[in-house]
Design a protein around this ligand. Structure first.
Ligand code: HEM
Length: 439
């Protein structure tokens, strides 16, 4: 059967000039669900005209992509090239495969064991400064953001907390903000200009440390990247190490901050789950989580998975058609911007029991709803670009939760609903005020 031409794909026009952009920014799930009313292949305009492919089969078609129908570079370059040049996520094969093989070396088990060991004391120091007390509320989102930046300064860069780490963290915030700037040209004093300037500073900082990181292998990710080798013995050049470091910090940061924030929110609203996870945390022998303890955090893992299902930090994943292809009976010509929507798939009643409910046990071995389709649950993407930091994120989230639950009880008032924005960056609009009591 011949596929229907591209121009027959249903088009959702949205508002004059801005199309669906405001709706996408305000409510990415509602936006995807309103597109789905027209089918699983729908055209709409956010920043430019894009074809959204919906559902788990569409996710598999785009991400599994053994035929090479899609380019990740084509999907991401517009967003990240200005401040994250040389990012692995915006590479295609064979370049991507080459870089991924080397980068894998910085995520091997021996390295991971040391990362988890190094993050423990940072978490303890930062959590000790969180203010507690009756009647006191703490806006926890900025605190979590500062915590994950400090973890990154230590574990990625090998830096101690202090003025230099603070400066790096600010440079880093400016760089990330630029990748999401609506005005894409570096005009002072706009976000892109600040981001380009901040990136220059970060590059200088990394370059000034390169010789030392190359000379001796240390436990931080920077040094591990300098020493990483593929099975064939290939290594990164200095230039590549710097580009990868800056991108890795961005890929790790907002995503982990978002995951921790949504987990704290869910646990604040569900005190019985908070108590269960606390019991598990207290049953482990050490105040700081060790690599060997990860397996004992099963219920924390269900809660993490459920928070990532309800609030995936990457609500959609962009690609561009690298050649003419077909999906759902429609032609997709080479060069078409294509997007898939993990957040939409994560709320499909055909895959999930009562999808809007917080129900971590859906991930238990007995129910395993995430296994109903290989591409039905994809907070970390899938295929060749599957998140390389998935286990790192898992360790960091579990390490923070472990210490937080052993130290504090937290809550939100009855009936509180977090006003959460997922785009352009995931954050609670009110900072997520919680009450915090020391145990
Ligand atoms: C909960 C936290 C995280 C989430 C939800 C997340 C999500 C994702 C997703 C969806 C992708 C695929 C993008 C695509 O296919 O276009 C991705 C790729 C990537 N992530 Fe993560 N990520 C997280 C944490 C991390 C961490 C901690 C690191 C590093 C330590 C990291 C490093 C990367 C890198 C380097 C890529 C690109 C991989 C490639 O292109 O081969 N991420 N992430």
């Amino acid at each position: 059967m011949n596929a229907t031409p591209y121009h027959s794909i249903p088009l959702v026009k949205g508002l004059p000039l801005v199309g669906n952009l405001p709706k996408f920014l305000r409510d990415p799930l509602g936006n995807a669900q309103s597109l789905a009313v027209h089918g699983n292949v729908v055209r709409s305009r956010t920043f430019f005209e894009t074809v959204t492919l919906l559902g788990p089969d569409a996710n598999q078609f785009v991400l599994h992509d053994r035929e090479g129908n899609f380019t990740s570079r084509g999907g991401w370059a517009y967003w990240i090239d200005a401040v994250f040049p040389g990012a692995i996520m915006a590479m295609d094969d064979p370049q991507h495969k080459h870089h991924r093989r080397i980068m894998q070396g910085a995520f091997k088990r021996s390295a991971m064991e040391r990362y988890v060991q190094d993050m423990g004391p940072v978490i303890a120091d930062v959590l000790a400064t969180w203010p507690t007390g009756a009647g006191h509320t703490l806006k926890v989102f900025p605190q979590i953001k500062a915590l994950t930046l400090n973890i990154a300064a230590r574990v990625f860069m090998g830096m101690a907390l202090g003025a230099e780490a603070d400066r790096m963290n600010q440079a880093f915030i400016d760089t990330v903000a630029a990748s999401l700037a609506l005005v894409r040209r570096p005009l002072p004093p706009l976000a892109m200009w600040r981001g380009v300037r901040a990136r220059r500073w970060l590059v200088q900082l990394m370059r000034s440390r390169l010789a030392e990181k190359r000379a001796t292998e240390s436990p931080d990710l920077f040094s591990q990247l300098c020493h990483a080798r593929s099975e064939d013995g290939e290594r990164f050049s200095d230039h590549e190490v710097v580009n990868h470091m800056i991108f890795l910090m961005m890929a790790a940061h907002d995503t982990t901050t978002s995951t921790l924030t949504t987990m704290v929110y869910c646990l604040a609203r569900q005190p019985e789950w908070q108590d269960r996870l606390r019991q598990d945390a207290l049953a482990l022998p050490e105040a700081q989580l060790r690599y060997a303890d990860l397996a004992g955090c099963e219920r924390t893992e269900w809660v993490m998975k459920e928070a990532l299902r309800l609030y995936p930090p990457l609500t959609s994943i962009p690609r561009k058609a690298a050649r003419d292809c077909e999906f759902g009976g429609f032609q997709i010509p080479k060069g078409t911007p294509v997007g898939i929507s993990p957040i939409h798939t994560h709320h499909l009643p055909s895959l999930w029991t009562r999808p809007t409910e917080f129900d971590p046990e859906r991930f238990s071995p007995g129910r395993a709803e995430h296994r109903r389709h290989a591409y039905g649950y994809l907070p970390f993407g899938g295929g060749a670009h599957l998140c390389i930091g998935q286990h790192f994120a898992d360790m960091e989230v579990k390490s923070v939760l472990h210490q937080l639950l052993r130290r504090y009880r937290f809550g939100v008032p009855e009936g509180y609903r977090m006003p959460y924005q997922l785009v352009p960056i995931a954050k609670p609009r009110d900072g997520l005020p919680i009450s915090l009591q020391a145990l």
